[in-house]
Design a protein around this ligand. Structure first.
Ligand code: PXL
Length: 286
C-alpha cells in the first residue's frame, strides 16, 4: 500500500451548517488522502445564519504554517477556501512559495447570489486576486468570478443554484470573456461553478490552451450553502488521487447534484446545508 497523499486545507471551521472544513475533511478523507487542516477562523455557525460567534485565527494560521515548514513537511496539495482577513491571504501565499511541489487549489470564497459575504473585509476580492495568480486551479462561482474580474455581479435571486426559471442566462461568448478575465489573473486553470447557459446548466473551465470546456448537468431546484466547498473538495480529492481534470470535474458535478437531490427529498432547512454524511460512501474506492 502507498502512503496517503497529503492536503493542507486552509479553511474555516464552522460548527453548524455544513461548509468549509466540516465538508473538506470528510470528503477528501473518503477519497483516500489525509487532510491536514489549518483553520482560518472558528465560527459557531456559518455566516448565512443570522447570528454566530466567531474568532479570527490569523495569528495562529501564520504560526501553524511556519511550524509545518520548520518540521520539514511537504504537501501534495494546498487547498485554500474562506480567508477571514487580508493578512491570511499573504500568509497563504508565502506558504505556497515554500511548498513548490504542492498542487495549489484556490477556492476564492467571497460571496454568492450576487452579494459578497458580509463578514468579509471589503479588500478581500483584491487579496484573492493575488492568491489566484499563483494557483493551479481556481473554482469561483459566478458572484466570485465577477468580484475577481470586475464583471457585473449576477442579480441577487437570479443566480441562486437551482432557481433556473428566473435567473439570467449566460451566452457562451459572455462566458468566454469571464473565463479569459479569470485566466488573466494568472492561474493555470479557471473553473466557474453553477453557470446557467442558454439551454443547459454547467460547470465551465478554461486552461492554458484558451479553450472553453463545459460539464453540463440538470439543475436541482434548491439552493444550499456549502455546495461550492463540496464541489471544490471532490475536485481536489479526485485530482490528488490522480484522476484527470475532466474526470475530476465530472465526478464533482455528479456528486454535488446527487447530494442536493437527496437533500431536497429530505426536506431539511436549506441553511443547514446538504445531507453529506449518507452519501460519502459513494466517494470511496475499494
Ligand atoms: O461555503 C462558503 C462559506 C465558508 N465559510 C463560511 C461561510 C461560507 C458561506 O456562507 O459563511 C464561514
Amino acid at each position: 500500500m502507498e502512503p496517503a497523499k497529503t492536503v493542507a486545507a486552509l479553511h474555516d471551521l464552522s460548527g453548524v451548517g455544513r461548509c468549509a472544513l466540516t465538508v473538506v475533511i470528510p470528503v477528501i478523507s473518503a477519497m483516500g488522502a489525509q487532510v491536514i487542516p489549518a483553520p482560518t477562523a472558528v465560527l459557531s455557525a456559518h455566516t448565512a445564519f443570522s447570528d454566530f460567534a466567531s474568532v479570527d485565527l490569523t495569528d495562529y494560521l501564520e504560526q501553524c504554517l511556519d511550524k509545518w515548514c520548520e518540521m520539514g513537511l511537504s504537501f501534495d496539495c494546498i487547498y485554500t477556501g474562506y480567508m477571514a482577513s487580508v493578512r491570511q491571504e499573504e500568509i497563504a501565499r508565502r506558504f505556497m512559495a515554500r511548498q513548490p511541489g504542492a498542487r495549489r487549489v484556490v477556492d476564492p470564497v467571497l460571496g454568492d447570489d450576487g452579494r459578497m459575504y458580509r463578514a468579509l473585509p471589503r479588500e478581500m476580492p483584491e487579496a484573492m486576486r493575488r492568491l489566484c495568480a499563483g494557483a493551479d486551479v481556481i473554482t469561483p462561482n459566478l458572484t466570485e468570478a465577477a468580484l475577481l474580474t470586475g464583471a457585473p455581479l449576477p442579480e441577487p435571486g437570479k443566480g441562486a443554484p437551482g432557481t433556473n426559471e428566473t435567473r439570467a442566462r449566460y451566452r457562451l461568448s459572455e462566458l468566454r470573456a469571464l473565463l479569459e478575465g479569470l485566466m488573466a489573473l494568472g492561474p493555470k486553470v479557471a473553473l466557474v461553478t453553477g453557470v446557467p447557459l442558454e439551454d443547459v446548466h454547467a460547470n465551465v473551465w478554461m486552461g492554458e490552451d484558451g479553450g472553453v470546456r463545459v460539464c453540463e448537468y440538470e439543475p436541482v431546484h434548491a439552493s444550499y450553502p456549502g455546495t461550492g466547498d463540496l464541489f471544490a473538495s471532490v475536485l481536489t480529492g479526485a485530482l490528488t488521487r490522480g484522476d484527470s481534470f475532466e474526470e475530476a470535474v465530472g465526478l464533482a458535478t455528479r456528486f454535488v447534484r446527487d447530494v442536493m437531490r437527496r437533500t431536497l427529498e429530505c426536506g431539511t432547512e436549506p441553511v443547514y446545508g446538504v445531507q453529506l454524511e449518507k452519501s460519502l460512501g459513494a466517494l470511496m474506492r475499494s
